[in-house]
Design a binder for this molecule. Sequence first.
Ligand code: NZQ
Ligand code: ZN
Length: 391
Amino acid sequence: MEKFKFYCPTEIIFGKDSELSTASLIKKYNGHNVLIVYGGGSVKRSGLLDKICQQLSNDNLSYMTLGGVQPNPIVCFVNDAVKKAYQANIDFVLAIGGGSVIDTAKAIAHGLKYPQNDIWDIWTKKITLTNTTPMGSIVTLAAAGSETSDSAVLTNEQTGQKRGLSTPFNRPCFAIMNPQLTYSAPNYQKACGIADILMHTLERYFAKEQNNYLTDYIAEGLLKDVIAQAPIMINEPTNYIAHSEIMYAGSLSHNDITGLGRTKDFSVHKFGHELSAKYNATHGASLTAIWSSWARYIYQKDIQRFCHLGKILFNIDTLNKTDETIALETIKHFEDFFTSLNLPINISQLVGKTLTDEELTYLTSMCTDNNTKTIGNFSPLNYQDVYAIFK
Ligand code: NZQ
Ligand code: ZN
């Protein structure tokens, strides 16, 4: 096990009715004047937004609401929001929604400390973040894990870049997680969330470092649970147990616990972000569209690991089979699982066409910062590798 530091201070309030403690939690973290951030309207339709506003009023907290965050959230929305929130003396940011809303709320919280700057300067590290505004979330979709992660992802619509920022300042004060609030999400979003949750652990599982058994067991347990609960979640929209398991997995998968003691890879996310930036693809689908191409390209780096995972997750019958066959069967099992959730397993299925050479070259350049960087750690990929995988 390699050296690691782990600090995840987010207070998690999990279970039925957990949203009833929103006002008291905001007060606990010194909020008085709250900006409530939400997305395209699902929380209005469900009545959740009204309930939270009423609760804040009853508890003598002042607030303003700001809706309209789009999936794959954009920089100009954040910059506008920071101006409004700064003028209104906001001292707490509350996200109600999925990863896009939570990431936007994180960015606004940072921006309030740097009101004269473009938020992208923080994302590109022209400005070093040294402070932020307290924020918390009420989660409505089990997916990105942003509610406890140290990351936030924005798209710069002018440059076509989608980039994550990792910093301890991204860990929210609290995460309210009532699985019932995720029931109303469309099945496609639930499926994309399931895929994202698996990927956050897979991107940590395939690493160079060996002999990290406890982290492996945690990772394998999470993957096994998500694969078992996924069809139940999709087929039974109000199954509390399945929605609970997946929701908890969503946070655990991306708060770092499933990767402690080794390096992260995250190259599949890098591919996915370029696909989302160019084609506005939903995050989870952008990952399943590339994962098996990535896996088939690199599996020989550690065939044993692919075999081991296939045996554990899919009970692959190994009698008289070579390691190579078992590893490839493992990859095929993942593809079949994604297909069973109606998710794409290649780029054509994701964007509805075969990409031209010009498009492939563009994506590859974006992914490698114009051929100046490799991506990933498990098997660092250069420009030629990235091009081949996209193709
Ligand atoms: O906008 P509304 O109307 O709320 O609808 C949303 C949106 O259309 C809908 N939805 C969410 N909860 C619902 C619901 N509809 C009905 N009922 C509910 N209960 O689902 C749609 C997608 O929402 P979004 O927030 O975009 O999904 P997700 O949670 O998957 O977040 C994706 C974003 O997170 C980033 C992704 O790149 C993407 O931008 N990620 C953030 C990470 C992080 N901060 O740590 C890590 C991830 O790897 C990921 O990159
Ligand atoms: Zn992700």
